[in-house]
Design a protein around this ligand. Structure first.
Ligand code: NDP
Length: 248
């Protein structure tokens, strides 16, 4: 039996990048996987087919993670089709970078809506169900930027930093209900999000990383599978940094 057989995993933002690797890794570990996406319908469909071919159930659902009604509806549908959700991965996230003095309020608000409000909404709906069942795993994808801050990312750093203290609070409140809550804090990972960086910025990142390279989405997914599985049963409220040594 694989380590996540009989588990039902819900991943936000699963169509591309890190989320896509998490969906695939969860399926390979034996879990049925439901994931959301916002625009990438073709990629979501292809991913669901690819993961279903591994012998698990997998489906993508279109929903804006920041839209409470849409998330309520999708989660209801997922529970009806997959059964009780046992693992939640809050992965969907965006950045809207600008140095602080030039950052507009809409840029601030957009990042907060997706990276923080979306996590609140999704987690509250699913955690209530997990608490009733008396077990569950919640894994929130923060960022190295939430630990250190970063030039041009006041909005993103604030949201990702808040995710860490949010998760620590969940861990304290929900341990008695059998729920573990942890954070994975990636360093700079090779996805569409970092493809937008200039070559000079990427070279600077590599120079600041002891391992001298960007991370791969699979390397984040491996950490998520660990936090979702039986080998992390006594781990809660922790930040698992997967960053090539860039911050320690
Ligand atoms: P990508 O931009 O490659 O993918 C983002 C994913 O989130 C897509 O599946 C996208 O869907 C989805 N998404 C975006 N906005 C919404 C929304 N409003 N509602 C639902 N889904 C949405 O990002 P990454 O894979 O790089 O990042 C994934 C997570 O990891 C994010 O939380 C990010 O902050 C974090 N992270 C990334 C790092 C990196 O270096 N890449 C470093 C540290 C943290 P669609 O395809 O439909 O647009």
């Amino acid at each position: 039996m694989k380590q996540l057989t009989k588990q039902v995993c819900f991943v936000t933002g699963g169509s591309r990048g890190i989320g896509r690797a998490i969906v695939t890794a969860m399926g390979e570990a034996g879990a049925d996987v439901a994931f959301t996406y916002q625009n990438s319908s073709a990629q979501a469909l292809a991913l669901a087919e690819e993961v279903s071919a591994k012998g698990v159930k997998c489906r993508g659902y279109q929903a804006d993670v920041a839209n409470t009604e849409q998330m309520q509806e999708v989660i209801k549908q997922v529970i009806a089709e997959f059964g009780h959700i046992t693992i939640l991965v809050n992965n969907a996230g965006i950045n809207r970078d600008k140095s602080f003095l030039k950052m507009t309020k809409p840029m601030w608000d957009e990042v907060m809506r997706v990276d923080l409000d979306g996590v609140f909404t999704t987690t509250q709906i699913i955690a209530k169900d997990m608490a009733e069942a008396g077990s569950g795993r919640i894994i929130n994808i923060s960022s190295i930027v939430g630990q250190t801050g970063n030039f041009g990312q006041a909005n993103y750093a604030a949201a990702k930093g808040a995710l860490i203290s949010f998760t620590e609070t969940l861990a304290r409140e929900l341990a008695a209900k059998g729920i573990n809550a942890n954070v994975v804090a990636p360093g700079f990972i090779d996805t569409d999000m970092t493809h937008r960086l200039t070559e000079a910025a990427l070279n600077q990142v590599k120079a600041m990383t002891p391992m001298g390279r960007l991370g791969k989405p699979q390397e984040i997914a491996d950490a998520v599978v660990f936090l979702a599985g039986p080998h992390s049963s006594y781990v809660t409220g922790q930040v698992l940094a997967v960053n090539g040594g860039m911050y320690m």
